[in-house]
Design a protein around this ligand. Structure first.
Ligand SMILES: *Cc1c(COP(=O)(O)O)cnc(C)c1O
Length: 431
């Protein structure tokens, strides 16, 4: 399926191919458990001797259909769903790094992920060095240590909208013998497939464009199958030495480059942390994926129209949107996002936080929400909401000044969106 058909076809049909007389839509297997005739047969599943279902916390057919579709969209060899994007990023990192290890991450990332890495994972004894998404090769190189286990970044950062030089980051990770993990939530595989540029592991908050309707929180992890764990066996004992909690299986040996990462992540982390996506949510997610390619086009058109309108307004200090020719990330966007970036536009209003509040309260179509990438336009002031745990210096480093408004353009008519913004700007009295 993956190689044979174009991306639009994969959005609609990959992951599930029903046989004669089987449901056309993916079945929701609403069952916690699966039956076997003998204990011996089930024992083989527990030992990872055979593939199969026994308990939904570990695997469920509905989730597997949808994970297979996401793997096909990203061009990966294996994928898994998680209960949220937070769980996906935590699992992707914790599958590689343990207490005493270190990771390198772009400083321009989602606030929740920043907190996960800088506070919660630090409490687990995993250290982090943050680098600018615009660092030089030398600066990036200097951030690595002998105990570094992964490099992390976001294709288009939420909410700073910086665009990462994926090839540069992949090259640096590989020079240090570690995988490059990239959160591709904002671009989606419709607009960028980081594996094609050298990324090893791709994560998603499927809560955003993939679901696209603000209906279901979820996450996904995709493995490119290209990272040679055994070639760096000293760094990744969890993948390259026997797992005593699974009867001595060595993941990289038994499941190879294509399957080791996701199998270990499922067998250990999902087993122990239990952050599963429910089959019902996976079904909703699949409905979203079926139209992802159609929706992304409109989100990008609306984002472009709103960004161009804002750029020319006297009330606006600055607009961040890589689709604008003057944007610092425009060149990278032309390379990595030639068909469009996303529908999220951020901008600074003259007058800062107070003016942003007046503006947002005056909007009629765009609701104030802690959300992005929804069919309905919404907006947010990150400094007072998603990023409120960060200091002013951290906000600045993350590219999120206090007066920034993040607007997620939905699927409405672009003219209506622009008119709504115009009337709200006129109420700020800053012109
Ligand atoms: C929202 C988001 C997350 C977190 O995902 P949840 O599904 O809310 O847990 C992670 N990364 C990015 C880029 C996001 O936008």
């Amino acid at each position: 399926m993956a190689e044979q058909y174009k991306l639009d076809t994969r959005c609609v049909q990959a992951g599930y191919t029903p046989g004669n007389g089987e449901p056309r839509q993916i079945p929701i297997v609403q069952s916690t458990t699966f039956k076997y005739a003998t204990g011996e047969e089930m024992g083989k599943l527990f030992d990872l001797e055979e593939a199969g279902y026994f308990y939904t916390r570990l695997q469920n057919p509905t989730n597997d259909y949808v994970a297979a579709k996401i793997a096909a969209l990203e061009g990966g060899t294996a994928a898994m769903l998680t209960s949220s994007g937070q769980a996906a990023n935590f699992f992707a990192l914790f599958n590689l790094a343990s207490c005493g290890d270190h990771i390198v991450a772009s400083s321009s990332i989602y606030g929740g992920t920043f907190n996960l890495i800088s506070v919660t994972m630090a409490r687990m004894g995993i250290e982090v060095t943050f680098v600018s998404p615009d660092c030089t090769d030398e600066e990036l190189d200097a951030a690595f240590r002998p105990n570094t286990k992964a490099l992390f970044g976001e294709t288009i950062a939420n909410p700073a909208l910086t665009v990462l030089d994926i090839e540069q980051f992949a090259r640096a990770a590989h020079a240090h013998g570690v995988p490059f993990i990239i959160d591709n939530t904002f671009a989606t595989p419709v607009n960028c497939r980081p594996i094609e540029w050298g990324a090893d592991i791709v994560t998603h908050s499927t809560t955003k464009y993939m679901d696209g309707h603000g209906a279901a929180v979820g996450g996904a992890i995709v493995d490119s199958g290209r990272f040679d764990w055994m070639a760096h066996a000293d760094k990744f004992p969890g993948l390259c030495t026997p797992d005593e909690s699974y009867h001595g299986v060595t993941y990289a040996e038994k499941f190879g480059m294509g399957g080791a990462f996701i199998t270990k992540c499922t067998a250990q982390l999902m087993r122990d942390f239990g952050a599963i996506q429910s089959p019902q949510h996976a079904f909703y997610l699949n409905l979203g994926l079926e139209s992802l390619h159609v929706r992304m086009k409109r989100h990008c058109e609306n984002g472009q129209a709103v960004a161009e309108f804002l750029r020319d307004r006297p009330e606006v200090e600055r607009v961040h949107y890589c689709g604008l020719p003057g944007d610092p990330y425009h060149a990278r966007a032309l390379k990595y996002l030639p068909n469009g970036s996303c529908g999220v536009v951020s901008f600074e209003l003259k007058g800062g936080r107070a003016t942003a509040e007046v503006f947002m309260n005056a909007l009629r179509l765009a609701a104030i929400e802690t959300h992005v990438a929804d069919a309905r336009t919404c907006c947010l002031n990150p400094a007072s909401t998603t990023h409120r745990q960060m200091t002013d210096e951290q906000l600045q480093a993350a590219g999120v000044p206090a007066g920034l408004v993040r607007m997620s353009c939905g699927l409405e008519d672009p003219g209506d969106l622009v008119e709504d913004i115009r009337q709200a700007l006129e109420k700020t009295g800053e012109a």
